[in-house]
Each structure stands twice: as structure tokens, then as C-alpha cells.
Design a binder for this molecule. Structure first.
Ligand SMILES: [Zn+2]
Length: 273
């Protein structure tokens, strides 16, 4: 490359690097199941923002307020809007292809549950959706998260899953391959808002990190916390297990923003477009 051109190239790179904030560069992955970081500008008070009628996480970076918007997996690529202080602000959702996974389960109830189990599942779902809709006013301790366990990723977010050949809900979180009994640590400070032993998710803990930013850990062998308990960053919530619909011990972790389940890999710097 001629010297002048390469200098120009470097200049453009550095200009681009300064155009976006640190948090924007790390978290802005506007795809279905991703996150949009929308600049709300400077103001003395925190502005409120909403997306699809639900309140959105707003944090301050230096002098600027940023809306950290969860994009549901079902959103189609194109223009989306949030509203804040009487204005509509747009962002563009790009495409993302999610792979397929085929899983064989011996317990056919976990594929086609009988009416009694369906009733149980319905009740449990309502309880969990209500937890995801929690919106407490506190600001999260950190939005770049620690891994809840140290181990390799075994199944990515968004994978289209076929159980015994039948398509079911896509994978709503991230799996880590770690042995049963491994302590699971909360990746940011928070409060325990729900625990349960669910048909699909097994022993489960929900942690509210603030403003609709919520972690769910499931398939635990043991729960070490109680509802209402405040947690420091890194506190142990339970132990890895294989309860619920699991083919073996692993850690399943969901992240939810404004009641949208999004790819936890974004928050640990492991997102792949
Ligand atoms: Zn999983």
C-alpha cells in the first residue's frame, strides 16, 4: 500500500475507534437475539427509554446516556425504534443465521408432554416471564460480565433445536461444559428474584442485576441462595447439575434485557457474528 494511502487508512481506523463509546463497541451487536446500544445524548438526569412498550436499561458512560436494548430473536432485520423523552430513535437490525442442532431424548415427556405436564409447564412459564419483566431502578454494577463458570462453550445461543426430530424453542442461552458440582457465580451484583425446580429448566435461579438486566442459571444440582437475597459480584448461586431437560451436566445461562432473551456471549466478549 502506498505510504499516503496507508496513513489515510490508519487515520480512518482511529476516527472510527473514537466515534463509538467503549460500551458501544463491546455491546452493540444489533441482530435478532442481540443488543443495540442507542445514544440518548447528555442530560443531567437519566432519561427513560422504552422498546416495544417495555422499559429499557439506561446507563451513563462519561457524559452520555446509553440505552442498552435487547432485541428479541423473533425480530426481523430492518429498522427498529425506541422512544425516549418524547422522541423516537432508530437503529438497524442486521441479519444473523443461527445453526440447527438435533438432540435425542429418551424421556419423550420432555418432547411431547402429557396434559398434566403441559399444565405444569404453562404455570412455570408464567412465573418465569413475570420474573423477566422485573424492572428495578438500580444501575447494574457492570454490564461487561464475568463468566459464571470457567469452561468451554458447548452450545451457543439461538441454535434451532430439534428434539427427536421435532422443532422446539430455539436455545435461549449459552451452555458451558463443566462438571456437576462446579460453583456458579453471579456475573454482576444483583438480587435473587426467583428460584424454582422447573420441568424444562430444572433447579433454576434468577438474578436481577437492575433495570431489567437479568440472569437465569438452570439445570443446577443445588441452589445456594434464597429469594430476596442480595448478591455481590461473584457470589455463588448454586452448583452445576443436569436437572430438568438436560442430556448431561452443564451450565445453562440466560441473559435478558427488557424481557428479551439475548446472546450472553456478547457480554463476555465471545460474540460471533
Ligand atoms: Zn442450554
Amino acid at each position: 500500500m502506498p505510504r499516503v494511502l496507508s496513513l489515510l487508512f490508519l487515520l480512518c481506523l482511529s476516527v472510527n475507534a473514537h466515534a463509538d463509546s467503549y460500551i458501544t463497541r463491546l455491546l452493540n451487536k444489533p441482530v435478532p437475539g442481540g443488543v443495540a446500544v442507542v445514544n440518548l445524548g447528555a442530560s443531567s438526569q437519566a432519561p427513560k427509554a422504552s422498546y416495544q412498550g417495555k422499559p429499557v436499561l439506561v446507563i451513563k458512560e462519561q457524559a452520555t446516556w446509553l440505552a442498552i436494548v435487547g432485541i428479541p430473536l423473533a425480530v426481523k432485520p430492518g429498522t427498529q425504534q425506541i422512544s425516549s423523552a418524547g422522541r423516537n430513535l432508530s437503529f438497524t437490525v442486521g441479519p444473523k443465521q443461527y445453526p440447527e442442532q438435533r438432540i435425542t431424548l429418551k424421556n419423550t415427556q420432555q418432547v411431547n408432554p402429557n396434559p398434566a405436564n403441559l399444565k405444569r409447564i404453562e404455570g412455570e412459564l408464567a412465573e418465569q416471564i413475570s420474573a423477566y419483566r422485573t424492572f428495578s431502578p438500580n444501575t447494574p454494577s457492570n454490564v461487561l460480565l464475568d463468566k459464571p463458570v470457567n469452561g468451554p462453550l458447548s452450545s451457543k445461543f439461538g441454535v434451532r433445536r430439534f428434539f427427536n426430530g421435532e422443532e422446539r424453542n430455539p436455545h435461549s442461552g449459552l451452555d458451558f461444559a463443566v462438571p456437576a458440582g462446579t460453583p456458579v457465580k453471579t456475573p454482576a451484583a444483583g438480587k435473587v428474584i426467583l428460584i424454582g425446580n422447573y420441568f424444562f429448566n430444572g433447579k433454576t435461579v434468577f438474578v436481577d442485576h437492575g433495570q431489567g438486566f437479568i440472569s437465569m442459571f438452570c439445570h443446577l444440582s443445588k441452589i445456594d441462595v434464597n429469594v430476596g437475597q442480595p448478591l455481590a459480584r461473584g457470589a455463588v448461586v448454586g452448583k452445576v447439575g443436569a436437572t430438568g431437560r438436560a442430556t448431561g451436566p452443564h451450565m445453562h445461562w440466560n441473559i435478558s434485557l427488557n424481557d428479551a432473551r439475548v446472546d450472553p456471549a456478547i457480554f463476555i466478549g465471545a460474540f460471533q457474528p
